[in-house]
Design a protein around this ligand. Structure first.
Ligand SMILES: NC(=O)c1ccc[n+]([C@@H]2O[C@H](COP(=O)([O-])OP(=O)(O)OC[C@H]3O[C@@H](n4cnc5c(N)ncnc54)[C@H](OP(=O)(O)O)[C@@H]3O)[C@@H](O)[C@H]2O)c1
Length: 245
């Protein structure tokens, strides 16, 4: 069906995105932070079951040189890149007063500047190809007011505005750029941040459906936005939060 780069594909939402593309017969560059033999065995099994190739790619999102080297490695394969999923990210749930400058910069580095740089590099190829789709993983924290989400939300809000501006800039090359903004999703990120300070019920009280999301419910939308089924959706931020009450 196509070739896709997925960042942060070893666990959480990224792993569900990886599985969704694999069963739909896409070839995948599966990014993770560090080499991981369990993950390599898993993707090799997934690739042979689905008759596709999956190549693990390793780099730290906080390190520009590693990002450049990782993308160069992908370019060496001389394959077209039909989609880029900027999924990897870090969470943070803390008041503004208790969030250090160092933490704020880390949140922007990983959640905004890393997808920014990866996209800038990958777009060179997409522009030559005259086509492609970029999906950025945002959050409803970028849109709704939630005490404790201020810096995380600000980094994701930057991602949303950049998504819209970039879509306006590269649409003429047949490239679409969208973001997906999930509400709470059942992953380690949620357990390591919000659930250390909040009760599970406080996370669902604003949800019309009264529950948090399964990773596959987010992966389905990411996949849809990457395909031609979404050929006229561009510059959008799509909420995946079960509705708000
Ligand atoms: N879970 C939620 O409730 C929720 C809601 C809205 C939006 N999101 C967004 O969804 C995305 C995925 O989150 P998740 O919940 O699936 O989180 P997760 O389970 O914690 O997974 C995060 C992924 O990002 C990778 N990553 C983090 N920091 C990295 C770094 N410095 N360099 C390279 N890779 C790094 C992780 O790699 P390692 O395994 O090596 O750490 C992992 O693959 C994030 O952008 C997050 O902000 C999540």
């Amino acid at each position: 069906m196509g070739n896709v780069i997925i960042t942060g594909s070893n666990r959480g939402i990224g792993r569900a995105v990886l599985e969704k593309f694999a069963v739909n017969k896409w070839n995948i560059w599966a990014h993770t932070r560090v080499k991981n033999t369990e993950f390599e065995a898993y993707v090799s099994r997934l690739a042979s079951e689905n008759h596709i190739w999956i190549k693990p790619v390793y780099f730290q999102l906080g390190d520009e040189e590693q990002i450049k080297k990782g993308v160069k490695e992908i370019f060496f394969d001389k394959e077209e890149i039909h989609a880029l999923i900027n999924n990897a990210g870090i969470g943070h749930y803390e008041t503004f007063q208790r969030t250090s400058m160092q933490k704020a910069k880390e949140l922007f580095d990983i959640n905004f500047f890393a997808p920014y740089l990866i996209s800038q590099l990958v777009l060179r190829k997409m522009i030559l190809q005259k086509g492609g789709a970029i999906v950025n993983m945002s959050s409803i924290a970028a849109i709704d007011v939630n005490e404790g989400d201020s810096v995380y939300g600000a980094a994701k809000a930057a991602l949303n505005l950049w998504t819209k501006d970039l879509a306006a800039e590269v649409g003429r090359f047949g490239i679409r750029v969208n973001s997906v903004a999930p509400g709470p999703v059942d992953t380690e990120l949620l357990k390591d941040n919000h659930l250390k300070k909040l009760t599970p019920s406080s996370l669902t009280e604003k949800s019309a459906m009264g529950r948090i999301a399964d990773v596959r419910e987010v992966a389905n939308i990411v996949y849809f936005l990457s395909t031609n089924e979404a050929s006229y959706i561009n510059g959008e931020v799509i909420r995946v939060d079960g509705g708000r009450k």
